[in-house]
Design a protein around this ligand. Structure first.
Ligand code: SAM
Length: 285
């Protein structure tokens, strides 16, 4: 209990649980879960398993998920309003992050009630620090859409984000997702972090095109976070741009060749256009 947590005041605690390695639960999380009047979880079967492991016996276990959230929210607000200590957990990791709870937090705050956090594991942040990609600025995009068209539009809208992009994705969709990333953003360095904190934890980092050449990409199992490095800032190699353009200009118009090469190399069209004009001039001489 911190100085801000009174025994007599109702509080909603947002309690993080492990994302794989059960030893990652914090001492404060265990204390909070032991003392809570009500535990609110996503799936009671998952939470009961976790509680059995730690020898915890919830006084009351309520569920809160997308199908009952509207009905449960006022009940939880009432409970906190009458002085109860309520702990919200998700199936794994930090509640609210691609998990239910944000509207509940707002409802409590709007009712003038106290909400506090008991921080711990989160797959997105663990993956970011393991990825080898820049961590100074990042954008968390949650789960990308499942359909290719919508996914390309979704990635395209993130083209200008200056930091690393982080997504939750199923290994089954990884190849299709990387193909759409390439179509929308051109070449980028990407990484995936799989089974974080578990026995088969694996981190891989490579340019998208190299990943796409790998056959084992289709056989990955478990849970995965996909990360996309910021737009390549290296000084573009003029010879590289020229050789890409030479190939494309054989069967495309200058404009289309520029468009394609700029996307492929992750460079501005203006820059590629200036190289293309030089090339055309040389050819015409
Ligand atoms: N609230 C959770 C958190 O704090 O990370 C995320 C919940 S979201 C419904 C589940 C997704 O998180 C998975 O599909 C996967 O993308 C990612 N994830 C969760 N645990 C993971 C792990 N151990 N390794 C890699 N990714 C994980």
């Amino acid at each position: 209990m911190t100085h801000a947590e009174s025994k007599h005041e109702g509080i909603l605690f947002l309690v993080a649980t492990p994302i794989g390695n059960l030893a990652d639960i914090s001492k404060r999380a265990l204390e909070t879960l032991t003392n809570a009047d009500i535990i609110v979880c996503e799936d009671s079967r998952v939470t009961r398993k976790l509680f059995t492991h730690f020898g915890l016996h919830p006084k009351e276990l309520w569920t809160y998920h997308e199908h009952n959230a509207a009905a449960m929210r006022p009940r939880i607000v009432d409970a906190v309003g009458t002085g109860k200590h309520v702990a919200l957990v998700s199936d794994a990791g930090t509640p609210l992050i691609s998990d239910p709870g944000y509207k509940l937090v707002r409802a409590l705050q709007d009712a003038g009630l106290k909400v506090t956090s008991v921080p711990g594991a989160n797959a997105a942040l663990c993956a970011l620090i393991l990825s080898g990609l820049p961590c100074d600025q990042f954008f968390f995009g949650g789960f990308p859409p499942r359909k290719s068209g919508a996914r390309q539009t979704f990635f395209g809208a993130l083209k200008g984000v200056p930091g690393t992009l982080i997504f939750y994705e199923s290994p089954r969709r990884l190849r299709a997702c990387l193909q759409d990333l390439h179509a929308a953003l051109g070449e980028r360095e990407v990484a995936y972090a799989r089974e974080i904190t578990k026995y088969f934890e694996t981190i891989e980092r490579a340019p998208i095109t190299l990943f796409l050449e790998r056959e084992d990409l289709d056989n990955l199992k478990g849970e995965l976070v996909l990360l996309v490095g910021p737009r390549l800032e290296t000084t573009p190699d003029q010879e590289d741009i020229r050789s890409h353009l030479e190939k494309r200009m054989e069967d495309l118009s200058l404009k289309d060749a520029v468009k394609e090469v700029a996307t492929q190399l992750g460079l501005s069209r203006q820059l590629v256009y200036s190289v293309a004009l030089d090339l055309r001039e040389e050819r015409e001489r």
